[in-house]
Design a protein around this ligand. Structure first.
Ligand code: HEM
Length: 244
C-alpha cells in the first residue's frame, strides 16, 4: 500500500516546492544574520531594504544582540520543526518523535513570536504602528498551534493538520515579507520605513490566504481523501470523525 499521510503529503508538488522554498529561505535568512561578517550583512540588507534601513536598523540590532539572537535561534528551531512535516519517515502519527517535536515546535513558536513582538516594540523602525501586524499574526500563529494541540488530544487529526498548516504558513510568511520588501523598495521605490510596515501585513497575510485556499482545495478533493495514509484511515473514517 502506498504510504502517504496527512494533508500536505497528499498535496501537489507545487505546494511542497513552495513550502521547501520558504523553509530554505528562513534557514538562509537566519544563518546569514548569525554567521556572516557585518560588512556582508550590511551589503545584503542594503540591497533588500535600502540604505536608510541598513544604516539605522543594523546598529540597533547590534545593540540588542541577545534579543535578536534569541529570536533568530527560535525562528530556526521553528523552521526545522516545520521541515519535519516534509520528511516521510516522520509522518506516522504513532511515531514517538511526533508528539515530542510537536511540543518543541510550540516552545519555539511562542519564543519566536514573543521575541518578534518585543523587537517590533523596542526597535520600531516604521513607528509603533509596526507592532500591530506583529501582534495580530503572532497571536494568530499561537492560537492555531493551541487549537491544533487540542484537536490532537481529541484525536481529530484532520483539524489538527489544518491548524498546523496555518501556523507554519503564518510563521514562514516572514520569508515572503523579505521578498515584498525587495520589490517595494527596489521596484516601487517605496521609502524603507513605509515598506517595513507593509511587509509584515503582506508576508503573513498572503501566506495565510494561500494556506486557507490549499486547505479548502484538499478538503474538497475526493481523490486525495482516498489516498490518506493507513495510519490516518481509522481516524478519518466518517464514524470516527463524528463530533462527540
Ligand atoms: C521562521 C520565521 C522567522 C525567521 C527566520 C525570522 C528571522 C529574523 C531575522 C534574521 C531578523 C533580523 C534581521 C532581518 O530583519 O533580516 C528578524 C527580525 C525581526 N523579526 Fe523575525 N523571523 C521569523 C519570524 C518572525 C515572526 C513570526 C515575527 C512576529 C511575530 C517576527 C518579527 C520580527 C521583527 C519585528 C523583526 C525586526 C524587523 C525590523 O525592525 O526591521 N519574526 N527576524
Amino acid at each position: 500500500m502506498k504510504r502517504t499521510n496527512g494533508l500536505l503529503s497528499n498535496s501537489s508538488s507545487l505546494l511542497r516546492l513552495y513550502l521547501i522554498a520558504l523553509i530554505f529561505g528562513a534557514i538562509f535568512i537566519s544563518l546569514n544574520y548569525l554567521l556572516l561578517p557585518e560588512v556582508d550583512i550590511y551589503a545584503i540588507v542594503r540591497a533588500f531594504a535600502g540604505e536608510e534601513y541598513a544604516r539605522i536598523q543594523l546598529p540597533e540590532f547590534r545593540m540588542h544582540h541577545i534579543l535578536l539572537t534569541v529570536h533568530i535561534l527560535a525562528s530556526l528551531g521553528f523552521t526545522l520543526c516545520a521541515a519535519y512535516t516534509l520528511i516521510p519517515m516522520f509522518w506516522s502519527l504513532r511515531s514517538p518523535g511526533h508528539k515530542l517535536i510537536g511540543y518543541v515546535f510550540g516552545i519555539f513558536a511562542v519564543t519566536m513570536v514573543m521575541s518578534g513582538i518585543i523587537i517590533s516594540y523596542r526597535l520600531p523602525f516604521s513607528g509603533l504602528r509596526g507592532v500591530v501586524p506583529n501582534v495580530i499574526f503572532g497571536l494568530a500563529l499561537i492560537w492555531f498551534y493551541l487549537v491544533a494541540v487540542i484537536h490532537a488530544r481529541e484525536r481529530r487529526w484532520r483539524e489538527h493538520q489544518v491548524n498546523i498548516i496555518r501556523a507554519v504558513f503564518v510563521g514562514l510568511g516572514i520569508v515572503l515579507a523579505r521578498l515584498y520588501l525587495y520589490v517595494l523598495v527596489n521596484i516601487f521605490s517605496m521609502q524603507s520605513r513605509e515598506a517595513v510596515y507593509w511587509i509584515f501585513w503582506l508576508g503573513s497575510g498572503t501566506n495565510l490566504l494561500i494556506a486557507q485556499m490549499v486547505i479548502i482545495w484538499l478538503q474538497n478533493n475526493s481523490r486525495l481523501k482516498r489516498n490518506l495514509a493507513p495510519t490516518l484511515v481509522p481516524y478519518l473514517s466518517k464514524k470516527s470523525f463524528k463530533r462527540k
